[in-house]
Design a protein around this ligand. Structure first.
Ligand SMILES: [Zn+2]
Length: 138
């Protein structure tokens, strides 16, 4: 099963590992659905257990991060209809936004806030130092 991988997605190593989990899950469900009349339409604890039990998933999926939880959207049985995504990394087609971006944005915002704080802090430090020098040295 060949999946497109858009260049616009600048994937970190962990995100790549996460997306490869999603591909494994998609593949396992595809094989399962080929073999069964009762199709898997969504990803949840029950269907994941089913995939493990019937050996469509071999071995435990290792989660690249603690925040990697997999969900599905749409009907996975219909071709190309449903998608599987990670709660943290999103999906590899970019249909579900990654939360890494949010983390990055909040990090940038924190830096801007710190920068705004830094100027008054520096000024008060300079004034305090000048005051100290004046009071104790002269
Ligand atoms: Zn993930």
């Amino acid at each position: 099963m060949a999946m497109p991988y858009p260049d616009s997605v600048r994937a970190s190593g962990r995100q790549k590992a996460c997306f490869s989990n999603i591909r494994v899950l998609l593949g396992a469900i595809e094989y399962y659905n080929e073999d069964h009349k009762e199709k898997i339409k969504e990803l949840n604890e029950i269907t994941i257990n089913c995939l493990y039990k019937e050996k469509y998933l071999k071995g435990e999926l290792s989660k690249p991060t603690e925040r990697c939880i997999y969900y599905s959207k749409g009907n996975l049985d219909e071709n190309g209809e449903g998608i599987i995504y990670c709660d943290y990394h999103g999906d590899f087609e970019g249909k579900i936004k990654s939360k890494i971006d949010d983390d990055f944005e909040s990090w940038v915002n924190t830096r801007i806030k710190l920068k705004r704080l830094l100027i008054p802090l520096t000024i008060s430090f300079v004034i305090a130092t000048a005051f100290f020098i004046q009071a104790y040295l002269f």
